[in-house]
Design a binder for this molecule. Structure first.
Ligand code: ADP
Length: 542
């Protein structure tokens, strides 16, 4: 192949071959004709009119120099490769990849560089686009996680990302009031703070009198300006000492049809385009969503704190009241008991009936007060578990003993199915007894005469399961959800046939939960109910 053939092949390829002298600014000794793709003639260089350094982008020149200088001292290094920007004769910027072979004299001094350059602008652009999209996604992800961060941090973060993603020099983020008359700019990029020596910096602006900052609200669409001085904006007013603007991009953020916020960036080195608009729109939507979520979350937390405080206050009030009521009630109960026992003299029939009524009522009141006191103690977190080991069997029979008289009156048969008499439980014995008492007394209370009640215990996977079933009046599906709430009784206050406080199940459910267990009810109206509670056999004290 002749040299001419070779040159022809090269010239019809995108690869440009160079021979540079190793002198200041790299004068060109030889370059292939296809340098024309950048608008230059080979002669522009070989005549010495344009040294190679002149077409290297000023921002990259220092880096290219540094790379070349690295090999000056070395005696052996032969080649290197480098990406940088060059300026074409048409005035635009291209990215190129240079691969260079170093030519040295006999004594090792570099005499020439022989190399090729290849236009890599397109792959570089795609690479930058991917990188930009990745950075934006990362920023959005970070914004998503900033729900517990301060509002200012969220806005400042978004603003710095807006400047970064659009390769801008300055930027700000502002907000618009409800009726779109007042703009608040509360986040300026660090650079803007530094270079805009705007004295008497205000943060709130009325739309009517605001210049360029208000344009975005007036125009209601992205504003791209790449030649600020010659653009046809109706207003270009700046405060005194504001940084000179050459390029400007502003984006509105909409919530439904209202503008709620805006971002503006300025002085990018290249022109702003629709890719910048896209980046900023997505970024700002992310910011607005985070700010909104944060507000909802904050309100929820506040409401929760207030509800908890109110509930604590209620529990404390009830606990104090119940305690205060108990003392006089004890005295009413004690003295009426003495009257009833006729200790200080005989009573006539009427007196006896009245005092019996006082006794029954004060007993009921005492039960109610004790239940309220217990429930409010649990709810205020003041009820402590005192666990001990005991046999399940013993507790069941103790409560059955207490309930037997009531069952006998109604001729109710109580059956027991105890799986294992030796089963040991480590739990708060008094609470378990209260639970059993509540379930059994309900079963007897809500079962008509000659009914059946059954108590069953078993152990499953280290858990104790106890169920109390009856063939009584049953509970409808809707009411099954409600009965564990305090003061809930299925028959309303006015039509009530059954005595009770409506607190028993609420208390027993909390007792079971304090042991790490749960309660279940299965019931059919008119057929009967089964209440089952399950608790771990060995409660762990935390
Ligand atoms: P109380 O029994 O003091 O009214 P509870 O909290 O123990 O309060 O029970 C709440 C309500 O649940 C009862 O008023 C009753 O309507 C219903 N209930 C509880 N146990 C049974 C049961 N075994 N059969 C039918 N209804 C029941």
């Amino acid at each position: 192949m002749t040299q001419i053939d070779m040159e022809e092949i090269i010239n019809s390829s995108p690869i440009i071959v160079f021979l540079w002298k190793a002198e200041k600014d790299w004068p060109v000794e030889y370059v292939t004709d296809n340098i024309l793709q950048f608008g230059y003639m080979p002669d522009d260089f070989t005549s010495g009119r344009i040294p190679y350094a002149n077409i290297i982008h000023p921002d990259d020149l220092e880096r290219v120099h540094a790379e070349f200088d690295k090999y000056l001292e070395e005696k052996v290094h032969k080649d290197f490769t480098l990406d940088y920007r060059i300026l074409t004769k048409f005035g635009d910027v291209r990215w190129i990849n240079e691969r260079t072979l170093i030519q040295r004299d006999e004594d090792g001094t570099i005499s020439h560089y022989e190399g090729i350059i290849l236009d890599i602008t397109e792959p570089k652009r795609s690479e930058q686009k991917i990188h930009l999209n990745e950075s934006r996604l990362e920023a959005l992800l970070q914004l998503n996680h900033m729900i517990h961060t301060s509002r200012k941090q969220i806005i400042d973060f978004t603003r710095e990302k807006a400047v970064e993603l659009t390769d801008s020099n300055i930027g700000y983020i502002g907000f618009v009031n409800e009726d779109e008359t007042i703009l608040t700019i509360d986040s300026w990029s660090k650079n803007a703070m530094k270079i805009c020596a705007v004295d008497n910096r205000r943060f709130e602006y009325s739309l009517e009198t605001t210049g360029i900052w208000g344009e975005i609200v007036r125009q209601r669409q992205p504003i791209i300006i790449n030649d600020y001085l010659n653009c046809n904006l109706p207003t270009k007013v700046f405060p005194k000492d504001h940084v000179a603007l050459n390029r400007f991009l502003s984006i509105p953020v909409f919530d439904k049809d209202k503008i709620v916020a805006f971002v503006a960036v300025g002085n990018k080195k290249q022109n702003y385009d629709y890719s910048d608009v896209r980046q900023l729109t997505l970024l700002m939507q992310g910011m607005w969503k985070t700010l909104k979520n944060r507000k909802v979350e904050k309100n929820l937390i506040q409401a929760k704190i207030e509800a908890e405080a109110a509930s604590r206050a209620k529990s404390e009030f009830l606990a104090t009241m119940s305690h205060e009521l108990r003392t006089p009630l004890n005295s009413i109960f004690g003295f009426s008991q003495m009257l009833h026992d006729q200790i200080s003299g005989e009573l006539n029939e009427n007196q006896m009936e009245y005092v019996s009524n006082v006794l029954v009522s004060s007993k009921h009141l005492m039960e109610l007060i004790n239940d309220i006191l217990n429930l409010s103690k649990v709810e205020a977190g003041k009820m402590k578990l005192v666990p001990e080991s005991f046999k399940v069997f013993e507790i069941i029979y103790e409560t059955l003993g207490l309930m037997q008289p009531a069952a006998n009156i109604k001729h109710i048969n109580i059956e027991t199915k105890i799986e294992n008499d030796d089963l040991e439980l480590y739990a708060d014995k008094k609470m378990i007894k209260d639970i059993m008492y509540n379930l059994l007394s309900n079963a007897i209370k809500f079962t008509p005469e000659n009914g059946e009640v059954c108590v069953k215990t078993s152990s499953i996977n280290g858990k104790l399961q106890v169920s109390v079933s009856d063939n009584g009046i049953g509970i409808s599906k809707d009411e099954q959800q409600e009965i564990f709430k305090p003061f809930t009784q299925v028959d309303s206050f006015l039509t009530r046939k059954f005595e009770g406080t409506g607190l028993g199940l609420a208390i027993m459910k909390r007792y079971v939960e304090m042991h790490g267990g749960n309660v279940l009810v299965e019931s059919d109206l008119g057929k009967g109910s089964t209440f089952t509670f399950t608790i771990p056999m060995g409660y762990k004290v935390e």
